[in-house]
Design a protein around this ligand. Structure first.
Ligand SMILES: C[S@@+](CC[C@H](N)C(=O)[O-])C[C@H]1O[C@@H](n2cnc3c(N)ncnc32)[C@H](O)[C@@H]1O
Length: 292
């Protein structure tokens, strides 16, 4: 990038070409999001300011962002922002970037008919996107959110503060249900909902992942043993002990895992019903199981 006077339009065109040369998957979108982030403008505002000059101070910072994107740092880690359920969440390399398909977990919970305020447990909260968006939609619900990663929990707490729902969410640290056992000594009630988007990628699939995911997102958020079911298997076996009467377990699963997950639930007599739901791409990605 030369030291000439750059306008927004030239800078975007140049960056798109540069990203294309480096096989960056969505070159125009990424260029617009990164420049918009730097200039504090929406993508629409960028279009309305196409002729605006971009000065040296911003050019220097933009060069740094481009370099990092070429090294495949995900855009959301460069902007520290990801939208989920129409809310903005802070993200960095301590947490998985929330995916649009995970919104269906939240929507399924919200559209399932419930009567009283619910007690909900989210295991593996990461950025806290699921817990916080449920808290905002259901201010009467009591929510506990856990993660095995303390650094992830720090991000989740920060997001809960931003969205003013810290009083509604109790954050606990530890391996799956272990922190619940630790606080349950005085007979706390069980949960009406247990929700989890667990790690479910096979260790052997590492090389098939895009470098954005493989080299930047936390390993603990992605991988789950040789068959990808290490965490799901434990969740299905252990959840009934923590579910209230008519309680529900809802999980996101990998697109090839539905049959294995059906077999795991069939083998657990504690569940009375379950269904596997398809996502908008017609892939079986959500399991909803109930206890009597
Ligand atoms: C796929 S990420 C989901 C993050 C977030 N809930 C979302 O949907 O964007 C899985 C999360 O589970 C956490 N995790 C992995 N193994 C865990 C375990 N055994 N106990 C609790 N949390 C775990 C990871 O640290 C990570 O934050």
């Amino acid at each position: 990038m030369s030291n000439k006077m750059w306008r927004v339009v030239d800078l975007l065109d140049w960056t798109v070409g540069y990203f294309q040369q480096h096989d960056i998957p969505n070159p125009r979108l990424d260029a617009e999001v990164l420049l918009g982030h730097l200039l504090e403008k929406s993508r629409l505002q960028l279009y309305l300011h196409f002729e605006m000059p971009v000065f040296q101070e911003h050019l220097t910072l933009f060069r740094e962002l481009i370099k990092k994107r070429i090294a495949r740092t995900p855009v959301s880690y460069l902007t520290n922002q990801k939208e989920f359920m129409s809310l903005d969440f802070y993200v960095d390399e301590r947490v998985l970037i929330p995916r649009p398909e995970t919104e269906q977990l939240v929507e399924t919970i919200l559209t399932t008919k419930t009567e009283n305020p619910q007690r909900l447990l989210e295991l593996g909260t990461g950025s806290g996107a699921i817990a916080a968006s449920l808290a905002l939609q259901q201010p009467e619900w009591e929510i506990v959110a856990t993660d095995i990663s303390e650094p992830a929990l720090a991000v989740a707490r920060k997001n809960a503060e931003t969205h003013a729902c810290t009083a509604q969410i109790e954050f606990l640290s530890g391996d799956l249900f272990e922190p619940i056992d630790a606080v349950n000594t005085n007979g706390n009630p069980r949960f009406d909902w247990i929700v989890c988007n667990p790690p479910y990628i096979k260790n052997t699939e590492r090389d098939t992942l895009s470098p954005d995911v493989r080299d930047y997102e936390p390993e603990i958020a992605l991988f789950a043993g040789a068959d990808g079911l290490a965490v799901i298997r434990r969740l299905i076996a252990e959840a009934p002990k923590y579910l209230a009467p008519n309680g529900k377990l809802i999980l996101e699963i990998g697109e090839m895992q539905a049959d294995s997950v059906r077999a795991l639930i069939d083998a657990e007599s504690a569940y009375c019903t379950y269904k596997v739901l398809k996502d908008y791409a017609e892939k079986e990605r959500i399991v909803l199981a109930s206890v009597p």
